[in-house]
Every structure is written in structure tokens, then in C-alpha cells.
Design a protein around this ligand. Structure first.
Ligand SMILES: Cc1ncc(COP(=O)(O)O)c(C=O)c1O
Length: 341
């Protein structure tokens, strides 16, 4: 086995308890799919004896309509996670500089390390990225996340442009962009070296079907498609994702509810005295010790306890915004924790 594999930390996917539990630990959409989307999924089952169309023209057309980008600029993956790996594969050579501002999504490190890159992890307090580090290092690849997991804030356009100007390539992970009601997709038209990463797992609530996509200039999109696992997205995933895009108004409605709840929970947490990060995603990060995580778990609420992350000193909880009643229950338990502290 290659040495680097031994020093890569396993991906921490959280815990998956069974039974009657409020799940707020993986930033999923708490709502079920629309009726049309469920129907599309069920109808596709009669075709699972066949491979899906290997180049996925209909799914790409749906994404193209959704974001107003050309089909030739789209590459697909088995979740956006797979595309992080593929982007590193097609771009990063041994000892190339890969800059990943911290604190951020841990999976970037795994795939950058697997390429035997020279990894640079500058820490930006509250993920308030400034471009000087990138200007000095002139990375082969910079990986930024907007809104960022786990801090929830976005990277502003000017900063992203500056990073694009001094990096050979920039991967901008926008898995949560719909919750921010803004995105950086059009940078792909402005810069030949920008790759945007998007997901059907969060806003479209299809985490269980594993569909992600990248938007990039034609040559990069083609390269990503060339090295993708054939048939990476299963037939039901294709049918369901196309139907989800057609149900856009349903998902926009859910998004608005989630954003409204995010702001409500943010205010409540602040009132309770928690140090909480303003978020443009569907989760909130706040400083809290492990005993609070354990108390929530005992009361059947699963959130993410984050400790020892690069760039995030101390103990934190990251809680996904759930349905109103789920958030209420979370706040209720936290109120009790604060009262008894
Ligand atoms: C920032 C970020 N990017 C990508 C992903 C992976 O999403 P997918 O389900 O599309 O693989 C996640 C999942 O939590 C994430 O937080």
C-alpha cells in the first residue's frame, strides 16, 4: 500500500442511529421529495435491468436548463464527493501545491493527499479568506467552499476572482449554494480555470441517490467525464433528479422555509448565549462542549460534534436546520442545558 494512505484520516460520516431520532448531523434536506419526484423514482424501477445512458444527456439537459449553462460545460459524478476526487486526478501532479483554506470540508484533504501533492492549509479565522496567501504561493489548485462547511459563510466574488487570477485551477464547492440565494457559477465564463461543484444532496434532498455535478470550461468538463466511472449514477437517480429539477417551485418553497428557520434558530441560540456563526447554508455552527452533544443524543437528537478540526479551536456543534418542530425540540433541550449549567 502507498505510504500516504496510512496517514489519511478516515472520512467521519457521523453516526446513524436507528428508530425515532431527530437527525440533524449531515446537512440533509429534512423534507420528503415531491409526489412527482417519488413517482418518477418508482417508475424508473421497471428499467433497472438496463444500464443508464452512459453520457446522461437528459440529466445534463435538466441541469443546463436549471443553471443556464451549456451541456458541454457539465460533468457528472456519484455525488459531488466523487468529483472532488476526479478533479484532483485530472489536475494535481506529484508535489503540486494544493491550497485548502481551513477550517473546511475534510474530504478535500483526502483526495489532494492521494495525489502526493504538496498540501498547504492556511487558517483563516471564521473562514474570512483573503487572497494574499494564494498570490504568494501561486497554487496548482485552490479548493474553496462557499457556503463553507462547517462555518456556513460564503466567499465573496472579489476574493474568488483574485484566487482564480493567481491559481492555475480553482475548485469552488457550492454544495449549499441554493441556501445562500447566490452563487459563483458565472465565474466559469469569466475564468477558464474555475470549476464549480454542485450537488443534488442538499437543496434537492436526494442525498440517498448520490448525484453531483461540476461546471467548468468544455475541455475540463470533458476530461472529468472521460475519467468518471461508467454509469456512476444509477437509472433511478437520473429519473429522480430530472423530476426534481422540474419540481423546482416545490424545492424553492422548502428552501425558503429552511432559511426562515435558520434565522429563527440563529436568534434563539444567540439569546441563549451561544457563540454562533452567521450562516448562509442549511446548518449552524456554535461553540458547545461535548456534554451538550451527549445530552442531545440522549434525548434522541443527533447533531455533529466537532473538536480538534484544523482552524477551529475548541469544541463546537454543527446542527442542520430541520423541520420547525425538530428545531423547536433542539432549542428546548439546549435551553435546559443552559439553565442547568
Ligand atoms: C461542502 C460539501 N461538499 C460536498 C459534500 C458532498 O456531497 P455529495 O452528497 O454531493 O457527495 C458535502 C456533504 O456533506 C459537503 O458538506
Amino acid at each position: 500500500m502507498r505510504g500516504v494512505v496510512k496517514i489519511i484520516n478516515p472520512y467521519d460520516a457521523g453516526i446513524f442511529p436507528e428508530g425515532d431520532v431527530i437527525i440533524l448531523n449531515s446537512n440533509e434536506n429534512p423534507y420528503e421529495p415531491s409526489e412527482e419526484v417519488k413517482k418518477a423514482y418508482l417508475e424508473s424501477l421497471s428499467k433497472i435491468n438496463r444500464y443508464p445512458d452512459a453520457s446522461y444527456p437528459k440529466l445534463k439537459k435538466a441541469i443546463s436548463d436549471y443553471l443556464g449553462v451549456e451541456i458541454e460545460n457539465i460533468a457528472l459524478g456519484c455525488g459531488s464527493s466523487e468529483l472532488v476526487s476526479r478533479v484532483c486526478d485530472i489536475i494535481v501532479n506529484e508535489l503540486d501545491k494544493v491550497v485548502i483554506p481551513m477550517p473546511s470540508y475534510s474530504l478535500y484533504l483526502t483526495y489532494a493527499m492521494l495525489r502526493d501533492s504538496s498540501l498547504l492549509l492556511p487558517i483563516f479565522k471564521n473562514y474570512a479568506i483573503t487572497p494574499e496567501f494564494f498570490e504568494k504561493e501561486k497554487p496548482r489548485l485552490s479548493i474553496i467552499c462557499s457556503p463553507n462547511n462547517p462555518t456556513g459563510n460564503t466567499v465573496d466574488r472579489k476574493t474568488a476572482e483574485k484566487i482564480a487570477e493567481c491559481s492555475e485551477y480553482v475548485l469552488i464547492d457550492e454544495a449549499y449554494a441554493e441556501f445562500a440565494k447566490k452563487n459563483l457559477v458565472d465565474l466559469v465564463h469569466e475564468f477558464e480555470n474555475v470549476i464549480i461543484l454542485r450537488s443534488f444532496s442538499k437543496f434537492f434532498g436526494l442525498a440517498g441517490l448520490r448525484i453531483g455535478y461540476a461546471i467548468a470550461r468544455k475541455e475540463v468538463a470533458e476530461a472529468l467525464e472521460k475519467v468518471r466511472l461508467p454509469f456512476a449514477i444509477p437509472t433511478p437517480g437520473v429519473a429522480t433528479a430530472i423530476s426534481a429539477v422540474r419540481s423546482i417551485n416545490y424545492y424553492l418553497g422548502l428552501r425558503d422555509k429552511i432559511v426562515e428557520e435558520r434565522e429563527r434558530v440563529f436568534s434563539k441560540l444567540k439569546k441563549l448565549g451561544f457563540e454562533v456563526y452567521p450562516s448562509e447554508a442549511n446548518f449552524l455552527l456554535f461553540r458547545a462542549k461535548k456534554d451538550i452533544f451527549e445530552e442531545l443524543l440522549e434525548k434522541r437528537i443527533v447533531v455533529r460534534y466537532l473538536s480538534g478540526l484544523i482552524g477551529l479551536e475548541g469544541d463546537f456543534i454543527r446542527a442542520t436546520i430541520g423541520k420547525r418542530e425538530e428545531n423547536e425540540r433542539l432549542i428546548q433541550i439546549l435551553e435546559r442545558c443552559v439553565a442547568s449549567a
